[in-house]
Design a protein around this ligand. Structure first.
Ligand SMILES: [Zn+2]
Length: 296
């Protein structure tokens, strides 16, 4: 069979979903969720005794983050690091190093708590605690929030706006940013562009699957980048340093970011830079949801 016969002769060239700065075709947000030891502790505090499981998670803040910081410096790009405040207290110099390198630090719970398990009062308590610890460590309040496990509650968007956040990066109903009714910017993500599904594995407790080949993962993420660039989308990549800080995966990331830079027309930005652009240019978004007016 000749596969070439299926290549369209008149390719579909959609209008861009969003107009990005300086005529760029798409935006790219590189997110590093530094969950470290809270990956285990938020599942069960008794896992603290499981020294090997805990050490696999601690590899992220101890070895993964320094290695990733080196790569980002080499490539001259900035990332957005969502750090649970328990990790900030346990690894203060790691947190300082991320901030000193110019990267953005966002809130990500205290012990990576699942919001669906919390009452509204508990959710507020965790948010205030994490903000206090982050502010004490880096001297400023974070502007961005990523919910642990990406899952938020019905009241979370208003809670974030009331606590001075500019953006949330937790929902998945779009592939370009939008502005909530209360003014909070949403920068949507997706599970396809996440490293847990590709690389996570622990024998017991059983996490993840057989780790994937980096070449396969490169193809998966690169194809999505190319297509999101064609559609004018916001490519939100979410990586965990205890997974993506391993050597072959850092080289995968190097290959990916280098390819993105090499296109010359992708805007690599932090969450707050993207949110500021969205707030200043509300007409940049192209609505394609037929029921958008009904839904809002
Ligand atoms: Zn997380």
């Amino acid at each position: 069979m000749n596969l070439n016969q299926f290549i369209p002769t008149r390719p579909f060239a959609p209008e861009p979903r969003f107009l990005w700065p300086d005529g760029k075709k798409c935006a790219v947000m590189l997110c590093f969720d530094v969950d470290g030891e809270t990956t285990a502790l938020s599942e069960d505090p008794a896992l603290e005794r499981r020294r090997t499981t805990m050490s696999q998670c601690a590899y992220g803040p101890r070895v993964g983050v320094p290695r990733i910081l080196g790569l980002l410096k080499h490539l001259e790009v900035l990332g957005t690091f969502f750090i649970p405040s328990w990790i900030v207290e346990r690894h203060p110099k790691m947190t300082d190093a991320v901030f000193a390198a110019g990267h953005e630090i966002g809130a990500h719970g205290h012990l990576h708590e699942k919001l669906s398990n919390l009452s509204p009062e508990e959710e507020l308590g965790v948010l205030e605690k994490s903000l206090g610890i982050l502010e004490k460590q880096i001297g400023q309040r974070p502007l961005g929030y990523r919910a642990p496990w990406f899952e938020i509650n019905p009241g979370t968007v208003d809670l974030l706006a009331a606590n001075g956040f500019v953006y949330n990066a937790s929902l998945m109903a779009d592939d370009v940013p939008f502005i909530h009714a209360n003014g909070l910017v949403e920068i949507p993500g997706q599970w396809l562009l996440e490293d847990w599904e590709q690389f996570a594995f622990n024998a017991e407790p059983a996490w993840g699957f057989i780790p994937e080949d980096c070449d396969k993962v490169f193809r998966l993420w690169w194809r999505e980048f190319e297509a999101m660039r064609d559609y004018g989308c916001c490519f939100v990549l979410t990586l965990h340093p205890w997974l993506s800080g391993r050597p072959s995966r850092v080289q995968l990331l190097e290959r990916l970011i280098f390819g993105i830079i090499d296109t010359g027309d992708a805007w690599i930005a932090t969450g707050s830079e993207i949110a500021a652009w969205v707030k200043a240019h509300p007409d940049a978004r192209r609505e394609i949801d037929f029921d958008q007016e009904v839904a809002s």
